[in-house]
Each structure stands twice: as structure tokens, then as C-alpha cells.
Design a protein around this ligand. Structure first.
Ligand code: SF4
Length: 322
């Protein structure tokens, strides 16, 4: 086990609901509720769950792009909540974000040279020649060439735009990156290329990643550990191998049952969840999943289960694990 780089403890993010002319706070959306996990050096922790479950909010709160309501995030043992805005801005050289949508995240008025040299100018004092050398090295790493340096985002395909977006996040050589659904906005035909690129760069640059995805198939081969989120809370977490081979939580089992099998003889036992995800402004009492759980029993409606160990490096929040 590698040493811990990121330690997220009891992270909580609530968004106020404001109503009326006076914008009075009338309630809170419970976006992230008591989420804890660690990421070791050169490890990939995948956060998975349906859209709206709080995984992207968790990623942005880790980087303090939104301020957490409660809990703590430690990076290299340092409490991030204690840093000033300026100290946090400098820290982001080492902690970066790859956005979901390269179409929206790249400034259309900046060419590749401007997009990639800007973070270097913000964080380092380099000569023009040194900047050029680093930008060209990064272009090579993402499989592009120097003759594309002065083109603008609209002159590239979706896959190339995401390559540029990844290069912009990695140009400062961070040790930690949140990759927020980095392939979900892309055509299926190029998703595998971008995933392979991220895996190669993770190895080559010795990155630690929090990789956010709604698709369990996507994270299976890229992650060392996985956390399954539902309605802002972690339902199950553990090593990827353990969670995929012995899923214990009914929600994880349902998600995994929906992953298509490559074996034509495999008999599908797809669990179709009934009902909708509850409103996070009014989360249900007891287990967050009880309104849709096929295994729900009396205690589930009144007591929220805590994450408890069910095996080595395997935790589940369920009163009736199986
Ligand atoms: Fe289902 Fe109860 Fe477990 Fe929640 S605690 S997942 S409702 S069995």
C-alpha cells in the first residue's frame, strides 16, 4: 500500500435554498453527506454513481472550488481549510481538475499555445524558450504535434479538445488530479482512446487521481479503489477487485447488474431499480436508499447505516449486507 496523499474526512456540502424577494434561506440541498476516503500516491480512486449523486460536488469541494460545509480534506498531511485563498491558488499547481466538457472548458478565443502556456505563466517564472519546451513536451505526451500549436479549439475534434483540456490540467505537473467524467461528453468511438491516454499519463507522470464516472464499466480497469455514492453518501467502498467481485450493497449490485457482459453465454440478471432518486433537499429518514431497495426492512426506514468493514479493505453502509 502506498502512502496517503489525499485524506477526505467526513466531507459535507450543503447548498442553501433561497426563496422570496429577501432571498431567505428556506432549506438546504444535502449534496454531500459525511464522505470519507483516502487516495494513496500513484493510486486511482473512482467515485461512481448515478448523475446527481454528489460525486462531482465531492470532487470540486476537495479542490475547494466550492467551500465544504463540514469535514476536512488533508493533502500531504496539510489541512486545506486552513489555507488562505492565495495559498490555495498556489496549491492548485499540484492539485488540478480535468473537466467533463472540453467544449465548454476551453476558451474559444485562446489558441493551444495560449491555453497551455497560461498555467505555466501563473505558477512558474520561465523564459519564453523554457515555456515553449514544456508546452511542446506536453503536446507530445498527449499525441499532438507542434504544428497544431496556433490553432483554436473550434479547429479540433471533440477527442482532440479533451486531449488539450487534459494537457492544460497536467502542464504544471501536478501530483493529484480530479478527473470529472472526462469521457462522458465524447463519442463512444473515442472514449477508449482518451481513457487509454489518461491511464498512460497517470503511469508516466505518477499521478494520483480521483476519477469520477457514472459508468462502472469505465472505472473498472483504471482504478485501484472505488467508492459508490448515492444521494450524497458513500454506500460501499473498497479495492476495485473486491467491490467488483463481491459487491455487498444492493445499490452496487444493481449498478453492476446493468453492466453489459462480453460473454454471449452470460445470463443477464439485470436488477431494475424501482422509483426515482429522492430529492436531496428532503432526503429520506434512515437509509438513503430505502425508498428503492428491494431488501428494505423495518430498521432501514429509521436508522441510517454507517460504513462498516465487511472484509479486508471493503466497507458497506447497509443494515442487511449480503
Ligand atoms: Fe437496503 Fe436496508 Fe441496506 Fe439500505 S440498509 S441498502 S434499505 S437493506
Amino acid at each position: 500500500m502506498s502512502s496517503t496523499l489525499l485524506d477526505v474526512r467526513n466531507l459535507q456540502v450543503y447548498f442553501p435554498i433561497r426563496r422570496g424577494l429577501m432571498r431567505k434561506t428556506t432549506g438546504y440541498v444535502h449534496a454531500v453527506e459525511d464522505v470519507s476516503f483516502t487516495v494513496g500516491q500513484r493510486e486511482v480512486f473512482a467515485l461512481v454513481g448515478e448523475s446527481g449523486c454528489g460525486k462531482s460536488t465531492t470532487g470540486t469541494a476537495i479542490l475547494r472550488l466550492i467551500e465544504p460545509t463540514g469535514g476536512e480534506v488533508f493533502f500531504r498531511g496539510e489541512k486545506l481549510s486552513q489555507l488562505s485563498e492565495e495559498e490555495m491558488r498556489l496549491k492548485r499547481r499540484d492539485m488540478q481538475l480535468i473537466f467533463q466538457n472540453p467544449y465548454a472548458s476551453l476558451n474559444p478565443r485562446m489558441n493551444v499555445w495560449q491555453l497551455l502556456s497560461e498555467p505555466l505563466k501563473t505558477h512558474f517564472h520561465l523564459s519564453q524558450a523554457e515555456t515553449r519546451e514544456k508546452v511542446e513536451e506536453m503536446l507530445r505526451l498527449i499525441g499532438m504535434t507542434p504544428d497544431q500549436l496556433f490553432r483554436y479549439p473550434h479547429q479540433f475534434s471533440g477527442g482532440q479538445k479533451q486531449r488539450i483540456s487534459i494537457a492544460r490540467a497536467l502542464i504544471t505537473h501536478p501530483s493529484f488530479v480530479v478527473a470529472d467524467e472526462p469521457v462522458s461528453a465524447l463519442d463512444v468511438s473515442i472514449q477508449a482512446q482518451i481513457l487509454n491516454l489518461i491511464m498512460e499519463l497517470q503511469q508516466e507522470m505518477e499521478l494520483s487521481l480521483v476519477f469520477i464516472s457514472h459508468d462502472l464499466n469505465v472505472v473498472r480497469h483504471i482504478s485501484n479503489a472505488v467508492g459508490v455514492m448515492y444521494l450524497g453518501s458513500l454506500m460501499e467502498k473498497g479495492s476495485t477487485q473486491e467491490v467488483y467481485s463481491h459487491p455487498v450493497h444492493p445499490y452496487t449490485q444493481a449498478l453492476l447488474s446493468a453492466v453489459p457482459s462480453h460473454d454471449p453465454l452470460h445470463k443477464s440478471d439485470h436488477v431494475i431499480l424501482q422509483g426515482d432518486v429522492p430529492n436531496p433537499a428532503h432526503p429520506p429518514e434512515g437509509c438513503p436508499f430505502h425508498t428503492r431497495c428491494p431488501r428494505c426492512s423495518g430498521i432501514c426506514c429509521t436508522e441510517k447505516p454507517e460504513l462498516k468493514p465487511v472484509g479486508e479493505d471493503h466497507y458497506v453502509a447497509c443494515h442487511l449486507p449480503s
